[in-house]
Design a protein around this ligand. Sequence first.
Ligand code: NAD
Ligand code: TYD
Length: 348
Amino acid sequence: MKKILITGGAGFIGSHVVRRFVNKHPEYQIFNLDALTYAGNLENIKDIENQPNYTFIKGDIVDESFINELFSLHNFEGILHLAAESHVDRSIEDPLAFVKTNVIGTMNLLNAAKNQWKNNFEDKRFYHISTDEVYGSLGTEGLFTETTSYDPNSPYSASKASSDHFVRAYGETYGLPYVLTNCSNNYGSYHFPEKLIPLFINNIINNKPLPVYGDGNYTRDWLFVEDHAIAIDLVFHEGKNHETYNIGGFNEWKNIDLVKLLCQIMDQKLGRDEGVSEKLITYVKNRPGHDLRYAIDASKINKELGWKPSVTFEEGLEKTINWYLDNEEWLENVTSGSYKDYYQKQYS
Ligand code: NAD
Ligand code: TYD
């Protein structure tokens, strides 16, 4: 059986990718490497923990000797790298943590893969999962394409941009076989409630203020996480070597419009009178360096690999809200403990 390493598989997107690979690819032995930071949670992948083709390894990608030791124990044929510090607001508070995991951690994996594979790259693949935020901010017009110049504005996006550059450099310099994708904002189940959609769902449930940054006229393109996992599976197997693909939902929303839609749906679900949750909207101090607009041109992956989102935003949002309402215990578990300190510091 081919050994495939997936990093960050206890996080939001990683858990969906691990679940898909374990269930859809019994021909692979999947190794899920995750440090279980505040964002990692084994509950996210409980349903597959006993599958015969699945192994969990707790470990930190920043720890070079640990990574080298792991690669001396296993010959990985493929690596899907998702482990990262992923929240912009946290990157503003602690940029160095982002350099360590996102840049040094990626370097450790690149070096380990390069050394293990030596110059025999046949049937090997390093897949780096990245974000559209590396392209910086759009004005009201235009879309990010694969050839848009990198122009990161936050410590998070700068660290991801840096890791993307190193992946490309290893491809050019050492011939490392890689594919890279830059995806827009994901939403769905198991999303940690520090990001907009799960944070606001949780706050609506608990009748807490909904902190909209600035005037709320900031735009994001939203993709259902399971559609991202499908795209990742496709690119891993059929993407061209040394290529980048943009992945997006063709689904732009201004934050304030999205928040109002969430409030309407939640009022119905919770049996509240129309307009009750909207009263929780509170405009707060803007995020420093807040990117105005992200929007992805995903026509390359559509034309070359035939991928497009399988669910509409309405369907995806409905599934997501239902999941949070059905999994209040998960929400309670992840919002106890250190989350309370984070919340207090970020929003007080
Ligand atoms: P997440 O924060 O939910 O999960 C990250 C996971 O990585 C966690 O399980 C965490 O424990 C693990 N991790 C963090 N530091 C680690 C370390 N040093 N060693 C080992 N494991 C570590 O992130 P996510 O939202 O699932 O994002 C996954 C990837 O996708 C990231 O690379 C991110 O940049 C990228 N991405 C995210 C989005 C999005 O909307 N969330 C969009 C595009 C791309
Ligand atoms: P977020 O989910 O943090 O993703 P990203 O910054 O990576 O796009 O934020 C999505 C948008 O929502 C972004 O424009 C910032 C805004 N936002 C708020 O207005 N309030 C909040 O409390 C959060 C977390 C985000």
